[in-house]
Design a protein around this ligand. Structure first.
Ligand code: MN
Length: 268
């Protein structure tokens, strides 16, 4: 099979190369990664300036590797558009250092890259280790290789295209407590805004992620990871709330009346 690999941590992330080593026996690989850490950029695409990409000469594994002066989603678009690899069967994004759970999937560059692959109709896997200082890269790499093998064997063919968001506990493989198919849990950060003044008297701010707040709910990605289990959440991009669609449809005529009432009348 042909696999495009990306991440949001750049070419110098050791976990990237653990992933590449694990996937290489499965077929042909190409790697396209950002030239610097791009955590938190989500599905952001660079449209207002050119995107430079060059071959990376220091890859510790012998696979064609490009470094892209752009976002993880840019890496995927170039990877598929140049193309750096012909008609990939799979995109794998990771291995991120730090879980991507609940609302994180809308902010994470790791998941954002996989979402971009999904937009292009390529089966996509985003894979993250639980902690920012995780050391068990080989555990996540083995999970990625196992899933990639299953995808190559037709695992996802029956139900249409999907993105698998995978979170792996930072444990040796033999200490994993299981694999659980999950839904997104409720987890969000209270962002802290720290205010500073620079030497020229200009105000600037640091946005810091505070402690995440979550609800432990059985069946959620958060609960699985906390229990030492690999969490696999199948995702699509449709964020529409079905309940609200039917509820709001009933009041749509009234909303049009309200628009008319709010519109300025008389000469402008
Ligand atoms: Mn990252």
């Amino acid at each position: 099979m042909r696999i495009l690999v990306t991440n949001d941590d750049g070419a110098h992330a050791p976990a990237l190369w653990a992933l590449v080593r694990a996937l290489r026996p499965l077929g042909e690989l190409a790697v396209a990664v950002p030239d610097r850490e791009q955590s938190g950029v989500g599905t952001s695409v660079t449209l207002l300036h050119p995107v430079f990409a060059s071959r990376f000469g220091f890859a510790p594994v012998d696979v064609p590797t490009w470094v892209v002066e752009g976002t993880p989603a840019d890496c995927v678009i170039l990877g598929l558009g140049i193309p750096l690899i012909e008609r990939p069967d799979l995109l794998v994004s990771g291995i991120n250092q730090g879980a991507n759970l609940g609302n994180d999937v809308l902010i994470s560059g790791t998941v954002g890259a996989a979402m971009q692959g999904f937009f292009y109709g390529v089966p996509s896997i985003a894979i993250s280790l639980s902690d920012v200082d995780s050391t068990h890269h080989d555990t996540a790499a083995a999970v990625a290789a196992a899933l990639a093998g299953e995808v190559g064997g037709g695992l996802l063919d029956a139900a249409g295209n999907v993105l698998l968001n995978v979170n792996v506990p930072d444990l040796p493989v033999e200490e994993l407590k299981g694999v659980e198919i999950t839904h997104l849990g409720q987890r969000s950060y209270r962002d802290l805004v720290r205010s500073h003044v620079d030497r020229r008297g200009r105000q600037y701010y640091w946005i810091e992620r505070g402690k995440p707040e979550w609800e432990m709910e059985a069946g959620s990605d958060i609960d699985a990871l906390a229990g030492g289990r690999v969490s696999i959440t199948p995702l699509r991009s449709d964020l529409a709330s079905r309940e609200h669609v039917s509820m709001l449809r009933e009041v749509a005529p009234r909303l049009l009346d309200a628009v008319h009432a709010a519109a300025p009348t008389g000469p402008r």
